[in-house]
Unconditional design. Structure first.
Length: 594
């Protein structure tokens, strides 16, 4: 560890494997360093102590013995050299002790750094850290409803149809396929089309109303297929380099087996009935929330762990968690630790659109990624301020943002009126600004933009309540542009990290620009987006690369991965013109001229 001053220290640990890491920080007196400091002061003042040499020889001998033991274990030749030098110093300090001897001690002190010589260690703090897999830091998500995956208009989709769509998802460049709940859906109080409270015959209901005669959270809805179909989906997805992400939605329909087997796991009204879920003024009659503070807390928590474990046993290593902020922090801290202890490479995505402190607390408890407020950030100043916070703010070391332009619950205002220009802009912003991002498709690339009502963020004819048959090959689809963005993300380390983000000045408030670079500073990608879907916007982008050792005026070949066009850019001012009717953005890869 390094002393920063004012009794503050910093250190770096490089873990050797994924999973939970127990860390203990201890303090102790460094007797050799303390003796060296004090002796130097006495010698400089001309007041040596007759025992200085004897004490120094003893401390050096202890240091040599300690380093020798470490050297025997590691066979490090540098340690052996240091041991020999220290043993020579023991004789020198014993016979003729002076300032020159102290200088020689300083020269071997690096080999002794961090070794406790004398003194007694005192534990200061002990804590647990989760060592996440690479996909926690860099991932590209695609969400789809299995029941809308069928190309046969005569029937809803099944898990087998999702397997057939894997080639499509892979061609677009996604490495995570997230499925909304695939469990049996309740009949009681089932929602109808458009979120109506009365279902008509044939209405399929909301996948988040989990549980029925066919089972609960550990079962597959019969209309989607069998558990064998799910296993085949996981296996086939891995062949494409895709992980299947499961939805953990810990709530139940009135028909869930737990309602009859464990009624005490739910809150009851004074008349004895179970209270349905509410977020006033919204009411969810098809869902019973679980009472996490039930008297049988241990039984409930173990059952939820068993559900999660059952899917991990089937090869699922990514979980998107529904509304975790409405459940106790202690539960998530316990559950995530338990799962990661048995399956170290597991990733948990937190869907908590709530207060910032709560989102950050959940990240500290073990969630590897978190949804963000990106869907509600439209203006240049707002986007800049927010992503500066995400990339460089206090949470940068533990809060990993996962940016989504749309979700089944959120048809963002930015997508409702701007047509294809808005969808392209939000795609490039999401994929270019964040190392983790996702889209809800195929409604995104097909540019669904009609809300259920003016001012609403709900989709008209939402897939949450009905089956759709998409035209996956629609010539107006943005699929090719999505694939280009994702190809650039895979090819360029600069886009695989958040901390390399820097925003660039532009003399037009309707244009936002940024650059990202890798750790070496050699891979540089610049994004420029027109935030106005209605008008052509022009301006000068000021590219400052001085922190990367690149002087003003140095030129680059700039290749736009969105269109394939090539430009000559420089470190300095560069003109841009972005047209909504074409591609209102650049994603430029800079290559330095020979």
């Amino acid at each position: 560890m390094t002393h920063l001053g004012n009794d503050r220290f910093a250190g770096t640990i490089v873990p050797s494997s994924e999973g939970l890491l127990e860390i203990e920080v201890a303090g102790a007196i460094d007797e050799l360093a303390t003796w060296t400091r004090d002796v130097r002061r006495r010698l400089e003042a001309g007041r040596p102590d007759s025992f200085d040499g004897e004490i120094g020889a003893r401390l050096l001998s202890e240091a040599a013995d300690d380093l020798q033991a470490a050297s025997n274990k590691s066979a490090d030749p540098a340690n052996k050299t240091a041991v020999a030098a220290i043993r020579e110093l023991v004789e020198r300090v014993t016979t003729s002790f002076d300032l020159d001897a102290l200088v020689s001690i300083d020269e071997v002190s690096e080999a002794l750094a961090g070794r406790r010589i004398g003194g007694h260690a005192t534990a200061a703090v002990r804590f647990t850290a989760a060592v996440a897999p690479p996909k926690a830091a860099f991932s590209t998500w695609y969400e789809l409803f299995p029941r809308s995956a069928s190309l046969d208009h005569r029937r809803p989709g099944r898990l087998a149809d999702v397997i057939d769509r894997l080639d499509y998802v892979a061609q677009l460049g996604f490495d995570v396929l997230y499925l909304p709940p695939i469990h049996p859906i309740g009949i009681t109080s089932r929602k109808g089309k458009g979120n109506t409270t009365t279902a008509a015959p044939g209405d399929v209901g909301s996948p988040w109303a989990i549980g029925g005669p066919a089972g609960g959270h550990d079962a597959v809805a019969p209309e989607l297929g069998t558990m064998a179909d799910f296993d085949r989906l996981v296996t086939e997805a891995k062949r494409y380099g895709i992980d299947i992400a499961m939805d953990l939605a810990f709530q139940c329909s009135p028909d869930h087996p737990w309602v009859g087997e464990h009624p005490d796991w739910f809150r009851h009204r004074p008349n004895g009935t179970i209270a349905c879920a509410e977020n006033p003024p919204k009411r969810y009659d098809d869902i019973y929330p679980i009472d996490f503070h039930t008297a049988d807390r241990e039984g409930l928590w173990r059952a939820l762990h068993s559900v999660t474990r059952s899917w991990a046993d089937r090869g699922v290593r990514i979980f998107r968690v529904d509304n975790p902020h409405t459940k106790p922090f202690a539960f998530w801290e316990w559950l995530i630790a338990e799962i990661k202890r048995d399956y170290p490479g597991t990733v948990f995505l937190c869907e908590a659109f709530t207060r910032p402190k709560v989102m950050h607390r959940l990240a500290k408890l073990g969630f590897d990624q978190s949804y963000t407020y990106f869907a509600w950030r439209y203006q240049k100043w707002d986007l800049t301020e927010y992503f500066e916070e995400l990339a460089h703010g206090p949470g940068q070391s533990y809060f990993r943002p996962n940016v989504w332009p749309n979700t089944p619950d959120i048809l963002a205002r930015s997508l409702q009126h701007g047509g294809h220009a808005s969808f392209i802009a939000r795609l490039v912003l999401a994929g270019g600004l964040s190392a983790n991002y996702g889209i809800y498709g195929p409604v995104f690339e097909l540019m669904w933009d009609t809300p259920a009502a003016p001012g609403s963020e709900e989709y008209l004819h939402s897939e949450k309540y009905e089956v759709h048959h998409h035209d996956w090959d629609d010539p107006r689809s943005l699929r090719e542009l999505v694939a280009r963005v994702n190809l650039a993300r895979r090819a360029h380390p600069a886009l695989q990290r958040d901390r390399g983000l820097r925003f660039l000045p532009v003399d037009n408030e309707q244009i936002i620009a940024w650059r990202k670079c890798d750790d070496s500073g050699r891979d540089i990608v610049i994004g420029v987006v027109n935030l106005d879907p209605g008008w052509v916007q022009m301006g000068f982008v000021e590219v400052d690369l001085a922190d990367l050792g690149i002087a003003q005026g140095e030129t680059f070949d700039a290749r736009d991965v969105l269109t394939g066009a090539n430009y000559r850019w420089q470190a300095g001012r560069n003109f841009v013109r972005l047209e909504p009717d074409a591609v209102p953005a650049h994603l430029l890869v800079l290559e330095r001229a020979p």
